[in-house]
Design a protein. Structure first.
Length: 319
């Protein structure tokens, strides 16, 4: 029981990342005839330098180090190398060398979605499901882990099912009980989705059309597609590939877009609609103010800000 409870300390996704980082480190050590454990200052410094040479982002380097700290201590060794002066100097050098700039995907916009509508054939089950997925992702700001699974044979409890969708008189609600920040059933989310009658971008129409052409049990992932072999969930890889094809046909750079673009784009559009930041934060399930880095201010918004300042000054000090 003790070992099982300790195993549950980390989410499944975190366990997979830790395991991948440990394998990477062990492979590195084997190729260089280094003893992997206990981790020494020499071996960890060489590994960090290797990650830098591989052009890993600074945040990724820190994630690897965090995983190795865990593995080192879990094996019963005292953690001394992380406080070593040379190691601390190395990290400072890595930070300066790599910088902390994050390469973010472009935000999905209502204009792009409106133009993309013409590319879909809603008589095709996959198209109907994908369009519903596009709009729900945009309006709910949900993370990809809540929308689609990575592996169709190993579906995370985070992935919303058809039972989580409840239609209402004004649209629909999606009930979410597990997310990146909700892992211990401490709370749940009820995310409203609006009906927009007559609009290409009506998510309710898209959902009803999808469910009509892709029927299935309430236990099935919400975004599943009916085929000759039965109902199959859309995977993250399929989501990515389909999205890249759409943006390419719109003459946009596919390298600038990913499923994360919907989360960022939805939050940005909500901000542009003067939705209070507290609501955006709750809707997107952000625990901290990290959501602020997702917002992409347009030049018009920036102009409005400085003009408001100028107008205030004129009223304070009239000519």
């Amino acid at each position: 029981m003790v070992s099982r409870l300790i195993h549950l300390a980390h989410a499944t996704s975190t366990q997979k990342n830790i395991a991948a980082h440990i394998r990477s480190y062990q492979t590195f050590c084997e190729l260089r005839a280094l003893q992997p454990f206990p981790i020494s200052v020499e071996s960890i410094c060489l590994y960090v330098a290797y990650l830098v040479a591989q052009k890993r982002a600074y945040g990724t380097v820190l994630n690897h180090i965090s995983s190795l700290k865990h593995a080192h201590q879990f094996a019963g060794y005292q953690l001394t190398w992380s406080s070593d002066y040379h190691f601390q100097l190395l990290l400072r050098g890595v930070k300066r060398f790599l910088g902390q700039a994050v390469s973010r995907k472009s935000a999905m916009t209502p204009s792009i979605l409106h133009a993309a509508f013409a590319l879909f054939d809603f008589s095709i089950p996959l198209h109907a499901a994908m369009w519903a997925l596009f709009l729900v992702a945009f309006f709910t700001f949900l993370r990809k882990s809540n929308l689609v699974p990575d592996n169709p044979r190993q579906i995370s409890p985070k992935v919303i099912t058809r039972a989580n969708l409840v239609f209402t008189s004004s649209g629909a609600n999606i009930h979410v009980s597990a997310t990146k920040t909700i892992q211990c059933q401490q709370r749940s989310l009820i995310l409203p989705i609006p009906a927009i009658p007559g609009s290409r971008l009506c998510p309710i129409l898209a959902l009803r059309r999808h469910l009509a052409i892709n029927p299935g049990p309430v236990s099935a992932p919400l975004f599943s597609v009916f085929s000759g072999s039965g109902l199959e969930p859309i995977t993250y890889k399929q989501f990515c590939v389909f999205l890249l094809r759409v943006v390419s046909k719109l003459n946009l750079d596919p390298l600038l877009y990913s499923p994360h673009s919907f989360r960022r784009g939805g939050a940005t559009f909500a901000f542009d609609c003067h939705i209070p930041s507290e609501i955006i934060k709750l809707q997107g399930d952000w625990k901290s103010d990290a959501y602020l880095v997702y917002l992409e201010l347009s030049q018009q918004q920036k102009q409005r800000a400085v003009h408001a300042m100028a107008n205030k000054l004129q009223s304070m000090f009239p000519a």
